[in-house]
Write a protein that binds this ligand. Structure first.
Ligand code: SAJ
Length: 452
């Protein structure tokens, strides 16, 4: 099959697609293609995951995902499978496997390398291979292309199209966010463009693989650095006993300022590691950085800052962490998702557990406990606690009745609201000691000294 033939199959939605890796990116991508009429095979190595999907059950929370899954299964457009022959049976292969960092804070591309090695065992002539996973600059040229096809590279179409979706808004963002294609040659670019314009109602930039790789990582680094700035300004505001959200509101009325929102730290599968991918190009030495690496340090420090806020607030009441009952509300890395990867809650729970044996934890979206005592019910989690620490802005927490919560807790209750879901005055009127990040915490000590 020549380029024109493949393009014709794509344009008429007759091309068969195989998505490798059915996680928070791969699954929405697969179902988005099903939704515009393609038949998609979803290849994954996790047997339980495949079984769930075959039964129309979503393995994680994502709005409309389950509906889309059930519809695609019913229409016989989506085929989750463990069978690698799905690669041979498809015209287009889209790789969406995770690319985490190792304990040594280096890119771990082993899952991606395995996926490429598996794909390369099949005849790939005239097929289109697309990589969506985040990768360090130069990876596409120096690792992916060689591992896909050795010296047969001239016969395949290949592109790097980084994913850009935010979990919790996956389908909407696939549809409406501009994308970038970094293709290995003109033919690959044309075929890839025809494929993605089927699901994207926004601009599609065409460029080289290294530009596409770098753009993806710069976007997430930009966000990480800007959150770090907001976090550092929040800790400065605590020293001045002023409210960072008031600062944010007024400063953001300036036409060229957009201060982000401070919080207990930066979690999730992307932001905590993509800056490191940017600084670790494939096959070259790590690049030295000042702003990017210090931003990472500030965001990584935030869980300790929350811990100190808890400790120092208890001290003000002549209490100690070790004799207190502490409830954590939220293990997911952000509101209304179930993902707990790199969540700041994990570090905060482990710091508390070092001295306190009564740490309870709740999350309506996840059963992860991080070593604390998991309580499925929010009221039970709060019952007889001295301190409630809100770490995730789930809607369920926004609906908590503060009067009821006060009644359930021990005397002199403390509310550490790191996501600002409650109003300080209201909480104080109910009888809480209310403490937050970047706030007038009435002299509660702030231990921030990172850059000393
Ligand atoms: N956060 C703050 N303050 C803010 C914004 C976020 O503390 O003002 C925290 C969140 O609580 C969370 C973390 O940052 O712990 C990350 O959340 P997020 O909503 O910023 O981003 P993700 O990780 O869910 O998705 C990001 C998005 N990237 C950008 O916005 C530049 C998404 O578009 C990417 O596709 C995704 O990473 C990815 O997969 O790379």
């Amino acid at each position: 099959m020549m380029q024109e033939e493949l393009q014709e199959r794509i344009n008429s939605s007759k091309a068969q697609i195989c998505v490798v890796g059915l996680g928070q990116v791969g699954l929405p991508v697969a179902l988005s293609f099903c939704n515009v009429g393609f038949v998609v095979r979803g290849l994954d190595v996790d047997k339980d995951h495949i079984e769930l999907l075959k039964n129309g059950k979503s393995p994680f929370e994502e709005p409309i995902l389950e509906e889309m899954l059930i519809k695609s299964r019913k229409e016989e457009r989506f085929f989750p499978t463990l069978d690698q022959n799905a690669i041979a049976e498809s015209d287009v292969i889209i790789v969406c496997v995770p690319t985490p960092i190792s304990k040594e804070i280096k890119p771990d591309l082993s899952l991606l390398k395995n996926a490429c090695d598996t794909i390369s065992r099949f005849e790939l002539k005239n097929k289109l291979i697309v990589i969506e996973s985040s990768i360090p600059p130069k990876t596409f040229e120096s690792m992916i292309l060689p591992s896909l096809s050795g010296d047969k590279t001239t016969n395949i179409f290949a592109s790097y199209v980084p994913e850009r979706l935010s979990p919790g808004q996956a389908f909407e963002e696939i549809n409406t966010t501009p994308r970038v294609i970094g293709a290995r040659d003109q033919k690959s670019r044309d075929v890839t463009y025809d494929l993605y314009k089927k699901i994207i109602k926004a601009d599609i930039f065409k460029t080289s693989p290294i530009v596409a790789e770098t753009c993806k990582l710069v976007e997430n680094t930009f966000r990480d650095v800007n959150i770090a700035l907001a976090n550092e300004i929040a800790m400065i505001c605590e020293r001045y006993d002023i409210d960072v959200l008031e600062i944010q509101k007024i400063c953001n009325s300036h036409p060229r300022v957009n201060l982000l929102t401070p919080g207990p730290g930066v979690g999730g599968p992307c932001l905590p590691k993509d800056p490191y991918l940017l600084l670790n190009p494939q096959d070259s030495e790590q690049i030295d950085s000042k702003i990017i690496s210090n931003a990472r340090k500030i965001n990584d420090y935030m869980p300790s800052h929350v811990f100190h806020l808890i400790e120092n607030t208890l001290k003000e009441q002549n209490k100690e962490i070790k004799n207190s009952t502490i409830t954590i509300l939220g293990t997911a890395y952000k509101g209304n998702v179930s993902d707990t990867r790199y969540s700041p809650s994990e570090k905060i729970a482990s710091l508390l557990l070092e001295t306190c044996s009564n740490v309870k934890i709740n999350d309506p979206h996840s059963k992860i406990s991080f070593g604390a005592k998991y309580e499925e019910n929010i009221s039970k989690a709060i019952k007889n606690s001295d301190v409630v620490v809100i770490l995730t802005d789930h809607d369920e927490y926004k609906n908590i009745n503060l009067q009821e919560m006060k009644k359930d807790m021990n005397d002199d209750p403390i509310l550490i609201d790191t996501r600002r879901i409650f109003d300080k005055e209201i909480a104080e009127n109910v009888g809480f000691t209310y403490v937050s990040i970047g706030y007038n915490n009435k002299g509660i000590k702030n231990n921030y000294s990172l850059l000393k």
